[in-house]
Design a protein around this ligand. Structure first.
Ligand code: CMC
Length: 423
């Protein structure tokens, strides 16, 4: 119940009372749903000031650079937890006990295999198809395998759908890569951890034994964990909107993957590496900074800026630390890292970036780690999609397990009014 109200005076002089809700933390929220009765819509392009839902999963304080999943900070999770435990936390709301974790890990591990027919879908893709295009198609196709048997009203069936998605996305992602290089698909290995199995399916071949390096396995797990959820971002909102129609959850996740693909969202990790390569050397940085500042040039500094964070993205801080550790542990020197660090230094001392509070985001450093562990650039966003699946499906579950309405925004119409068709 609202403890406070806002009063809105309309041009007619009539006053409308709008309830104000308080979350457990964060800004108060004005409930504008009653405005329709008075004949008004609200207008907020890009949802800059709109809370589309109530949620208990993830909290972001963009000014302070805070990210909490179910109350736990991303820094603590990155240091003390692992990806599958974070998945458990996001879905069930609590950290698991030791035995709950074992049962969960086993459930995920036993769902990693795909229906054999799914492999044939890949024959329809040209070898140079972008892996994100294949991923959208292949995940959408999963819905064909589990549609009739899925009763969304059943909590248990929703849980099984989540387990399937978390388990099968790495298998599909690795298949996208194998298809692009013409190597045989590798079946999942259930004796390996989630991350080690993914690396095995990516880089193993039937010809020789592939041993996963523990350093690479840890780095992979951390990348999955850091991308696991991020509140009501564009792809999560897409999954929720698609899900609000009652659509199959596998199809909803496929819609989320499509939304993630764009360079303003998950596609930024691929775009950052392409940009660093284009910059080429430290001397060229000022030219690119000028381009980014030019209002007539569409170029933006990829990996910089965020709709919510107006301070350092806390994930970027952990990612940078991880990046240093991984490069040291693998004894890799990447010239692009030097360019990235110098770019960051120059941008952070430039008035344009300071005034607009543009800081490096999670995607700025993730590509350098992924490159160090030999993941090709075109697979970066696919890996983001694998990681974010748990966030998408947890938000979908939160929505469909309580009463909800179909998502249906309205508009400010500025087109032609009715006019006669010419004779
Ligand atoms: N380079 C140069 N200028 C920028 C950048 C940038 N990366 N980002 C924002 N600006 C400018 C923008 O031009 C605008 O300037 P002005 O006020 O003079 O018109 C001002 O900063 C505010 O930006 P905005 O575009 O209104 O902010 P937004 O909240 O709508 O967009 C964003 C946020 C992330 C889409 C944008 O910052 C961007 O395109 N960044 C580059 C792409 C990127 O790294 N995306 C990954 C986001 S984090 C991972 C994820 O969520 O998927």
């Amino acid at each position: 119940m609202a403890e406070k109200n806002a009063l809105l005076t309309l041009p007619t002089g009539e006053t409308i009372t709008l309830p104000i809700y308080q979350g457990s933390t964060g800004p108060d929220v004005i409930d504008v749903s009653g405005l329709l009765k008075a004949g008004y819509f609200t207008y907020d392009p890009g949802f800059m000031s709109t809370a589309a839902t109530e949620s208990k999963i993830t909290y972001i304080d963009g000014d302070q650079g805070i990210l909490l999943h179910r109350g736990y900070s991303i820094e603590d999770l990155a240091e003390k937890s692992d990806y599958l435990e974070t998945c458990y936390l996001l879905w069930y709301g609590q950290l698991p006990s030791k035995s709950e974790k074992e049962i969960f890990v086993q459930a995920i591990t036993r769902h990693t295999m795909l229906h054999e027919s799914l492999a044939h879908f890949f024959d329809g893709f040209h070898h140079n198809a972008h892996p994100m295009a294949m991923m959208c198609g292949a995940v959408g196709a999963l819905s064909a395998f589990y549609h009739d048997v899925m009763d969304m009203r059943s909590e248990r069936e929703r849980e099984i759908a989540a387990h399937r998605l978390i388990a099968k996305l790495p298998t599909l992602a690795a298949m996208c890569f194998k298809h692009s290089i013409g190597q045989p698909f590798m079946y999942p290995r259930n004796d390996l951890s989630y991350s080690a199995n993914f690396l095995y399916m990516m880089f193993g071949t039937p010809c020789e034994e592939y041993v996963v390096s523990p350093a690479v396995e840890r780095a992979m797990d951390r990348i999955f964990l850091l991308h696991a959820d991020h509140e009501q971002n564009a792809s999560t909102s897409t999954v929720r909107l698609a899900g609000s129609t009652g659509a199959n959850p596998f199809a909803c996740v496929s819609a989320g993957i499509a939304a993630l693909w764009g360079p303003a969202h998950g596609g930024a990790n691929e775009a950052v590496l392409i940009m660093l390569e284009e910059i080429g050397s430290i001397e060229n940085i000022p030219e690119f900074i000028e381009k980014a500042k030019d209002p007539n040039d569409p170029f933006k500094l990829m990996g910089f800026g965020h709709r919510v964070y107006k301070n350092f993205d806390p994930r970027a801080k952990v990612m940078k630390k991880s990046c240093d550790e991984v490069l040291a542990e693998l004894n890799v020197t990447d010239p692009r890292l030097r360019i990235a660090m110098e770019l960051e230094r120059i941008a952070l001392s430039d008035a344009y970036f300071i005034e607009r509070r543009l800081f490096p985001n999670v995607d700025f450093y993730s590509g350098i780690i992924l490159s160090a562990i030999r993941i090709p650039t075109s697979m970066f966003t696919v890996i983001f999609a694998v990681s974010r699946t748990v966030g998408w499906i947890s938000h979908w579950q939160e929505m469909v397990s309580s009463p909800y309405k179909i998502g249906r925004p309205r508009q400010l119409y500025t087109g032609e009014t009715e006019r006669p068709y010419p004779d």
